[in-house]
Design a protein around this ligand. Structure first.
Ligand code: FMN
Length: 394
């Protein structure tokens, strides 16, 4: 089969390819935010309102977006973020993403609700890999996951703290994309209209594993029904800073907290000795009234940027967006949907195409700003709207 993702000129082209290949329910699960999609739109608007100031007459022929992250080199200051449905988007989609990341020399983050054993993703995917943690009500099962990721050798643990409250994603309820899956006339037709995905992804799991995809990295008690698994996966809303300190004691390598939107919370993370924070509104999924992470990034960099690594995500679709994040003080940018669209469109090749597009756009934008090295990118390169939250440091 020819690799159509080669013809994609930008992330939106990959998004359209993903839309055609996936069922409508799965595509909306990946593509949409929550409630009225206000935060989703704002994540993009906040980035597009920032302007870049071009500079001239500095030999930029050797420009190179390579950088370092947690003391190690990266091909560009980008990380593939954790996205639960990667393994539903493509057969062994997590491994496909990890391989694409390794080829581009950037880290990949494995979501903890994957359906390929974590040791297999680590071995087959190669490169730098981080493991993401949601903490469920069953604390013991959550700790088993952390121990397993530690023993497997993941480079970093990403503790997601912004999702203890269930999301309000009405499209998923309507489409029956829930656990247990609600079969209705609408999603039955949806499956019938997308044979490439049904046979190419779900069918391959059934052939290889003898059953439908399962959450294989979570220590659920045996014999649970789908409804019981869904209840098991309710996140733990009793988490507090004491919990984070305990995690710190338990995890011997790099530890990163994902979902920080307030400078005081970032300061608390620094006090708990974590190594980095991810400024994120979970790609507009956690709340539909959230500011864009890029809005609050400068205040968080001002609070902790001298003490810890600061990464930002949510809404990044262009190389120029990445450069704006770096100019406003981030050490790196996470992409979620950009590579998820790529892997949905064409597996590893599509995910790599997404990274390749971002790399080319980033390199091009460096030329426009007349910089040759990412360390030369500064606040002076961006013009922030006067009414933007980005001007509020607090
Ligand atoms: C479909 C989907 C699933 C996600 N699953 C997870 C997850 O399992 N764990 C997590 O910490 N974040 C998860 N995220 C959030 C991403 O890691 C990231 O913060 C977000 O996608 C960034 O926004 P972007 O998609 O606009 O790049 C998910 C996001 C999407 C869109």
């Amino acid at each position: 089969m020819p690799d159509l993702s080669r013809t994609a000129l930008n992330i939106e082209d990959l998004r359209q390819m993903a839309r055609r290949r996936l069922t409508r329910g799965l595509f909306q699960f990946i593509d949409k935010g929550s409630e009225d999609d206000i935060s989703l739109a704002h994540n993009r608007t906040a980035l597009t309102r920032i302007k870049l100031r071009s500079r001239v007459l500095n030999d930029t022929s050797g420009r190179d977006p390579r950088s370092t992250l947690f003391g190690k080199p990266v091909g560009m200051p980008v990380v593939i973020g954790p996205t639960g449905p990667a393994g539903f988007a493509w057969y062994r989609g997590e491994t496909a993403l990890a391989k694409a990341a390794a080829r581009m020399g950037v880290p990949f983050t494995m979501a903890n609700t994957g359906n390929t054993p974590m040791e297999k993703i680590l071995a087959d995917g190669g490169g730098r890999q981080w493991a993401q943690l949601y903490v469920w009500r069953d604390m013991e099962a959550s700790m088993k996951y952390v121990t397993r990721a530690r023993d497997a050798g993941f480079e970093a643990l990403v503790v997601t703290v912004d999702s203890t409250i269930p999301y309000n994603r009405e499209h998923d309820f309507r489409n029956g994309v829930t656990l247990p899956v609600r079969v209705n006339a609408r999603n039955f037709l949806d499956l019938a209209l997308h044979p490439r995905w049904v046979f190419g992804t779900i069918g391959r799991y059934v052939l290889a594993d003898g059953h439908l995809p399962r959450y294989v990295n979570i220590a659920t008690p045996p014999g649970l029904t789908s409804k019981q698994i869904s209840e098991f996966l309710f996140k733990n809303d009793t988490l507090n800073w004491e919990f984070l300190r305990r995690m710190r004691d338990m995890w011997p390598r790099t530890m990163i907290v994902k979902g920080i939107m307030h400078p005081d919370d970032a300061r608390m993370c620094a006090e708990c000795c974590v190594d980095g924070v991810i400024v994120s509104n979970h790609g507009a999924i956690a709340s539909d009234s959230a500011p864009a992470p890029i809005d609050v990034l400068p205040s968080i960099v001002a609070a902790v940027g001298d003490r810890m690594t600061v990464i930002v995500d949510s809404g990044f679709r262009r190389g120029s967006d990445i450069l704006k994040g770096i100019a406003l003080g981030a050490d790196a940018v996470i992409v979620g949907r950009a590579t998820l669209y790529g892997v949905s469109a064409a597996g590893e090749a599509g995910a790599y195409r997404a990274l390749e597009i971002l790399h080319a756009e980033l390199r091009r934008t460096m030329g426009v700003l007349a910089v040759t090295d990412m360390s030369q990118v500064s606040r002076d390169h961006v013009i922030v709207p006067p009414d933007s939250l980005m001007n509020v440091i607090g």
